[in-house]
Design a protein around this ligand. Sequence first.
Ligand code: NAD
Length: 383
Amino acid sequence: MLIGVPREVAPGETRVAVVPETAGKLVKAGLQVLVETGAGARAHFTDEAYRAAGASIAADAREVFTKADVLLKVQEPMQSPALGAHEADMVREGAVYVSFLGRDPESEAAKKLKARKVTALSMEMVPRTSRAQKMDALSSMASVAGYKASLLGALRLGKFFPLMMTAAGTIAPSRVFVFGAGVAGLQAIATCRRLGAVVEATDIRPAVKEEVQSLGATFVGAELLDASMVAAGGYAKELTPEQREKQRQMVAERVKLADLVICTAAVPGRKAPVLVTAQMVKDMRPGSVIVDMAAESGGNCELTKAGVETIEHDVIILGPVNLPAQLPLHASQMYSRNLHALVMNFVNKEGQLNLDFADDINRDSCLVKGPAVKEAAATEKAS
Ligand code: NAD
């Protein structure tokens, strides 16, 4: 079975789906690995490193797309300017395609893959179960992003993070406020604490209060917490307008005092909740910074613009997109390990494809069903 690793063509994407370490593991498992030349270059992995791991190097993307039985990518298939063709149109009929693909089976990419009879697994759809934890790329990338968001905030802030005792006097530490203490938020809290800031955070799930405190941050808004805010699976629910207003009143005074606000609040499948209003921005101190990680899904701050930096009322607002691409080496390594675990789950001991739909990870991750899914159709029809 041949695993194909093309170079990413999305603007600004620097990650590679498979790093040499993983290529080596796949080869040891009896698979062949074909990597497009330069695929790892922007993450600092050379063709030589892939060769040393036992992979072959292809001269261009077309060779990888047309030969591979399983394609591993970071981004969904898209138009390749270099080849003048859509990546999905080059995938071999009947092959398996794995990448971040979203959850919409009617997306352009999904429809194109379906037309090629390709079975597509979407990394967003990997279930958040304990068995699938090592395949959970959304979490590993959120962790990278939470770290990087903190550093971006520290860089833009005209202040030190830690308390400084200098000959020129004592400088107070910066104050950071984090909205949302999920994967990205907890990593942001930990990173800001390591840099010496005083950190406060809020969330609406009661379970995270202790996690926030264990990282040395103060939890704000505990009075708001109640079990009704948690949906099945432990995820947050969307707040009612009354609850949202109550939350705003609770955090407004803390946000006013913050030097850096990091926004990571999200409710699965919903537009990002607006937690920082224009008035709250106006009330912040001049020179303070907001890093809104939810920019792509509308932003937690009313004034965020995705992908750009704006200044409103002397507050710097960043709406970064694709933060993991700003840390390509480790982001690629983590993503690659997630992919490796996923692939080993649908390959048998002989190194052959065994995309068994009795397995919930294979079934739940599948966005587009193709002939590579073996007994699934039969099992489903029978049930
Ligand atoms: P997550 O689901 O693990 O965490 C989101 C948290 O927000 C949860 O703990 C939830 O309880 C909390 N929340 C929901 N509503 C809230 C509210 N009203 N007030 C306070 N907290 C609330 O998600 P994650 O993986 O940590 O990702 C967080 C955000 O970062 C998402 O919007 C995600 O799309 C985004 N993200 C951005 C980048 C980037 O490059 N910009 C990269 C990765 C993730």
